[in-house]
Ligand binder design. Structure first.
Ligand SMILES: [Zn+2]
Length: 457
């Protein structure tokens, strides 16, 4: 029974909101390395105040990862992944109130990090505080892994997880956040796409020349365009040989889950001013494509003169930035090799390909016991069935937790305090206090259900 715990959350909500405010008053901008050590210490202090054994562990060249642990009644261990860094607050003039002076405004709390991700971290600490205050002990063991570089692609997390695998050992992991959709249904996310980010560079003459020389001097801008057009056809098929080889087909359960996700393609089209989407997808096909298709995206393309007026120049360099969003079991290193081989075979071996970033995709199976726990707990708290996303369309370092090779190999699901208009990464980031309270209760219920589940085994 969790009624007494939920009542405590309601009674102490102002105190929990004050805890979020305290964390968000400290700027911690990983993009410029600002305030990260101070922030890590603040997180350690917040944990220590609850009796959690916490420390800021160094990484190989990045800001520390805050690790915390606390023993509970059952041997089952739940690991929380969060991050203490935030996106830069600019443009400052678009904020109603200063980003690092969080304020409660009506039924909302506004400030940088209140949603992504300090509010979620605070919700987890609040759930623990609640358990300790009401029951005196946690129902299971908890651990925390709170990094300071999520917003810049977690460059030091992989070696950290590898070095501290034993310490981070757990039965399941709760991912950093999620929340409710427009209809107020809680959402649970079980996976993330991977990514390969590359730069292509075509070079011609040693300097730009008069474009009358186009008769005889090769143009790297054309070469790059020809090379790019060999990557994908107009039906959106990616043409790199072997690109789709490792794509795992959807399980019947995953298909069923996709059918239960309310499509928002109409809203997306309206908000973006589009008549139609890629491949004309709608409804179910839109969700399926969005969540499960890998992509090849030209993110940027530069060459020659692009300023005002005409300049008849033949450029000496052309560059493109491309990202590939990957799905299980594609691997960035493999796609990188296949891309290079493809360009060579097409006669574009002179185009330099450099990999900027690679992250593996991740997915927790729908039949994992953790999924049942998180879904049952959501049903209990939100009084409606959650929408389960087998994966999100975006990328995160989740594979370090889910993957058995090079990771912890544990099931991972999300729980959180956000709603669709919370403006993460943007000015006026905020949360609704009601979502914050529900998110804390969801965590309380997850801990209760998971301890119960451990008892059943
Ligand atoms: Zn973020």
């Amino acid at each position: 029974m969790t009624g007494d715990l939920f009542a405590y959350v309601d009674e102490h909500l102002p105190e929990f909101v004050a805890d979020v405010v305290r964390l968000c008053r400290q700027p911690s901008i990983s993009a410029r390395g600002e305030g990260l050590t101070e922030m890590a210490q603040l997180v350690v202090n917040a944990m220590t105040a609850l009796g959690i054994q916490a420390q800021a562990l160094p990484t190989a060249g990045g800001p520390p990862v805050v690790y915390g642990e606390m023993a509970g009644d059952r041997p089952t261990t739940l690991l929380f992944y969060n991050h203490y860094d935030v996106q830069p607050p600019e443009p400052l003039e678009l904020w109603t109130t200063p980003p690092f002076e969080p304020v409660v405004d009506g039924d909302k709390l506004r400030g940088r990090g209140v949603a992504d991700n300090k509010g979620n971290l605070a919700a987890r600490l609040a759930a623990i505080k609640t358990y300790l205050a009401v029951r005196g002990r946690l129902p299971l063991n908890v651990k925390f892994c709170v990094e300071g570089e999520e917003e810049v692609g977690s460059p030091h997390l992989a070696p950290f997880v590898e070095a501290h695998g034993e310490r981070l050992k757990a039965d399941a992991c709760l991912w950093e956040g999620s929340g409710v959709n427009w209809q107020g249904q809680p959402t649970v996310i079980l996976g993330a796409k991977g990514i390969l980010y590359v730069e292509l560079e075509a070079r011609g003459a040693v300097r730009d020349v008069h474009s009358s020389l186009a008769t005889v001097v090769p143009n790297p801008a054309w070469r790059l365009v020809w090379a790019l057009s060999s990557l994908k056809d107009s039906q959106e098929n990616i043409l790199i040989p072997g690109f789709y080889d490792d794509v795992t087909p959807l399980s019947p359960q995953e298909l069923e889950a996709v059918q239960a996700i309310p499509p928002d393609d109409q809203e997306l089209k309206e908000s973006l001013g589009l008549e139609k989407l890629v491949a004309d997808v709608e409804g179910f096909q839109y969700i399926r494509r969005h969540l499960f298709e890998p992509t090849c995206t030209i993110c940027g393309l530069v060459s020659g003169y692009t300023g005002e007026g005409a300049k008849t120049v033949l450029p000496s360099i052309a560059r493109a930035k491309i990202d590939f969003r990957l799905v299980p079991e594609q691997r960035p290193q493999d796609i990188h090799q296949k891309l290079k081989r493809h360009l060579e075979s097409q006669g574009f071996g002179d185009i330099a390909v450099s990999a900027v970033e690679g992250v593996n995709p991740a997915r927790t199976p729908l039949n994992s016991p953790l999924v049942r726990v998180v879904v049952e707990a959501a049903q209990e708290v939100y009084r409606r069935p959650p929408v389960v996303y087998p994966t999100m369309a975006a990328t995160g370092p989740m594979y370090l937790f889910t993957s058995a090779s090079g990771g912890l190999g544990i099931p991972t699901a999300s729980s959180g305090i956000e709603y669709p208009d919370c403006r993460m990464h943007a000015p006026d980031e905020h949360i609704r206090l009601q979502d914050f309270a529900l998110g804390i209760k969801h965590l309380v219920a997850i801990m209760a259900h998971m301890a119960e589940e451990g008892r059943r085994d």
